[in-house]
Design a protein around this ligand. Structure first.
Ligand SMILES: [Fe+2]
Ligand SMILES: [Fe+2]
Length: 173
């Protein structure tokens, strides 16, 4: 799956979420096939790309959302996004720590693998919940309330961030 090359509305940022979902599945498939090195690389790339997306959402989108939408909808309160971002980043960090020493020579015990996949399930559930919240409130309302010019400028910045993160990914692979 390829990263989106352009965004015409905030709701199209959901395509980036789809990319992350796909990258996470790739990570799981590598693990199932005992390809530990590739699994670590895939997850590291996901961490960089998702980290940038979260950083840009918090720096560029959430302040504007707070300014333009008053009152904020019940399910779209600012602290929900921020708390979920912390939780999502925390999961990825822990996954990387867990698999850090895994290799063909030192494979994980069956139980370790089961525990990791259980945590992967929780992670996917959280991400799905978060993405739905953004699609329903943050992205949709920003699409409604921003002028074309402002929307275009912000989406370009999101795309630039994505491009920078991609370059950082190339540096680790
Ligand atoms: Fe987010
Ligand atoms: Fe997002």
């Amino acid at each position: 799956m390829k990263l989106p090359q352009s965004y015409h509305s905030f709701r199209e940022l959901d395509q980036f979420h789809n990319y992350i979902d796909s990258s996470f599945r790739t990570f799981q498939i590598f693990l199932m096939h005992k390809k530990y090195k590739q699994a670590k690389l895939e997850l590291k790339r996901l961490q960089i790309l998702l980290g940038q997306h979260i950083k840009d959402e918090e720096a560029l989108l959430l302040p504007l959302y707070k300014k333009l939408i008053n009152p904020l909808p019940k399910g779209g309160a600012l602290e929900f996004y921020i708390r979920e971002h912390e939780q999502i980043s925390g999961y990825v960090k822990r996954f990387l720590q867990t698999i850090h020493d895994w290799s063909v020579e030192k494979p994980p015990a069956g139980l370790e693998l089961v525990k990791l996949f259980d945590a992967c399930y929780d992670f996917k559930h959280l991400v799905d919940h978060h993405d739905t919240r953004e699609d329903t409130f943050l992205y949709r309302l920003l699409d409604q309330k921003t002028q074309d010019k402002k929307r275009k400028a912000l989406l370009e910045k999101m795309l630039n961030g994505q491009q920078n993160a991609l370059e950082a990914c190339d540096a680790v692979t």
